[in-house]
Design a protein around this ligand. Sequence first.
Ligand code: UD1
Ligand code: UDP
Length: 361
Amino acid sequence: MKIVSIVGARPQFIKAAAVSRALRAAPGVMEVLVHTGQHYDDNMSRVFFEELEIPEPDYHLGIGSGTHGAQTGRMLEAVEQVLLQERPDWVLVYGDTNSTLAGALAAAKLHIPVAHVEAGLRSFNRRMPEEINRVLTDHASDLLFAPTQAAVENLRREGIPEERIYLVGDVMYDAALYYGAKAERESRILERLALQPKGYLLATVHRAENTDDPVRLRAIFEGLAVAAREMPVVMPLHPRTRAALAREGMLAETSLHLRLIEPVGYLDMVLLEKNALLIATDSGGVQKEAFFYRVPCVTLREETEWVELVELGWNHLVSPMSRDRIKRAVVAQLAERDRDKPNLYGNGKAAHLIVEKLSGA
Ligand code: UD1
Ligand code: UDP
């Protein structure tokens, strides 16, 4: 059986690392890996292939950045060429980026079955590019691998036939278990940045709705700057956010208050997360990793797809419209510790379940 996996952006490399390892271990399965080139800086792409031992992509499409239509359109055309050449039994797509949608659409139009890893997540906010990508990808897919019960219910509500939906758990939890120990052994990031364990706040911001709205951008960075009076704030800066801060003339001022660093590799990121006293983020993946490593989390968004973390009281949503609310939420969470941690994301075998289903399908 031949499976074409399509990746392109940072979180997809991490998800695909877990599944790719299981695919390579499965007898009679051949994976062809396609990198669209949506992310291309070394610290947004190459570092993950090296650290996570992902095989070299069989195809690198080199698409790069662009407006949504241009970027997705170029990907669609290039992925189609690969699929015409390879004629796989399945196309596997991950998450909710433009690479996900282009892969799913190209395959569905060629009548090649599509499997979607991380299906069924919804923010119910159609202004997010990711929400459009998720909904369209789910409805173009033949097999939908849901990470959570809430995701299964979303798919049912949208009328996706029951026999297409599989609750497998979260492949990011698989990755966290597998690479967590490796990070402890190999990462020297705390020494390099002279950070004390539990002596800093880790923050990431990159969502378009936060970076592209000057009011939100200012509220977030001013809120974090005020929080930084209580303890150091370390922020690996996504290139989109660096560009937005520069555009708004906020970069120099921000770097006086926050410890801005370049994006880091996954092993360094895991170590930074594990040792943070608190995480403040608008990232989907980082919200869950905070929970995996028992670090309280403030999410700088109005809503989240990972609703179970909010219901549990682990994750606190705070509107990125108000500097003072952000500061108050961060300070309140600094006091939070040691809550119960139920098993919300499976048992670390999601990748195995996905491969089992695909190879038997
Ligand atoms: C994309 C995904 C988002 C995901 C995020 C993970 C879409 C619509 N969005 O957002 O869901 O959470 O990846 O990080 O697919 N850039 C660089 N170097 C790079 C990559 C990007 O400088 O290697 C800059 C470019 O200026 C580019 C901008 O970042 O225009 C945005 O990149 P893009 O891939 O379009 O979206 P992300 O914001 O990264
Ligand atoms: N990540 C990383 N280095 C960084 C920032 C994030 O390795 O500098 C990892 C993070 O640990 C998580 C994933 O990237 O596993 C999340 O990606 P991102 O926040 O870019 O996207 P999202 O999950 O929001 O789609």
